[in-house]
Design a protein around this ligand. Structure first.
Ligand SMILES: *Cc1c(COP(=O)(O)O)cnc(C)c1O
Length: 225
């Protein structure tokens, strides 16, 4: 078995029920995705619109594509026809653009709100107070073709496990608060996207439902994006 096939098998066997494996294929070639696909993997994540649309065009149409990187409003139209889930929504304006493009494509687009809890200033996402402001405004309620399915977050890039635990716990608490205050009757508000190769096991302990694994499946990336 190839290293990719073997890794997919390992993750499938060890992830608990209810946790979806998203294979983060950014920077890796289509052949690598095909290997994972042959093992039954269907959820793939990318962080750049151009790369995402190129791969989606060339690869089987039953792949569920996840946009996990920062998304500019002027690029939403390229992914709106097919995207399965956008993890990285960080503004009302982006929500409105996604809604508009979803209407044009006669579909509903599922999204997550990205919350910033990490120590690094470079990470995108809404601060918790901004997240609650956005939801408090109720403007999102008017958007007929976008469905907010949960919360996404990234922990600090650190070897300090206690810090990572603290941040995943915070994301989980934010999810619970949102669920109670804004989505009490919405069964679809149930996703917590957190955990990458180095920290997914901790993320799962804190209630992650979507783990985003790149290096652990495809090997080392030789350039950082
Ligand atoms: C690249 C990336 C991942 C995957 O990271 P690995 O360390 O390769 O598992 C997960 N989430 C986001 C947002 C990413 O950009």
């Amino acid at each position: 078995m190839s290293a990719i096939a073997n890794a997919i098998e390992q993750y499938k066997q060890t992830l608990p029920n209810g946790v979806e494996l998203i294979a983060v294929s950014k920077t890796f070639p289509k052949e690598d995705i095909e290997e994972a696909y042959a093992m039954g993997q269907r959820h793939f994540g990318e962080n750049k619109v151009q790369e995402l649309t190129d791969k989606a065009t060339a690869l089987p149409s039953d792949i569920k594509w996840h946009m996990i990187g920062h998304l500019q409003t002027n690029k939403v139209k390229y992914i709106a026809p097919f995207i399965h889930l956008i993890h990285s929504v960080d503004s009302q304006k982006l929500l409105e653009t996604i809604n508009k493009e979803a209407i044009k494509n006669n579909r509903t687009i599922n999204v997550l709100l990205q919350v910033h809890v990490a120590q690094e200033e470079t990470k995108f996402g809404l601060l918790p107070t901004e997240l609650y402001q956005l939801l408090d405004s109720q403007e999102w309620q008017k958007l007929t073709n976008v469905r907010i399915c949960g919360i996404m977050g990234i922990a600090s890039f650190t070897a300090d496990e206690q810090q990572i635990r603290k941040e995943f716990d915070t994301i989980h608490q934010i999810f619970l608060t949102c669920q109670k205050q804004y989505f009490a009757n919405a069964e679809y508000f149930r996703e917590i996207s957190m955990g990458m190769t180095s920290d997914y096991q901790i993320a799962v302990e804190y209630g992650s439902t979507l783990v985003r694994i790149g290096n652990g499946i495809f090997g080392k990336r030789y350039y950082q994006v």
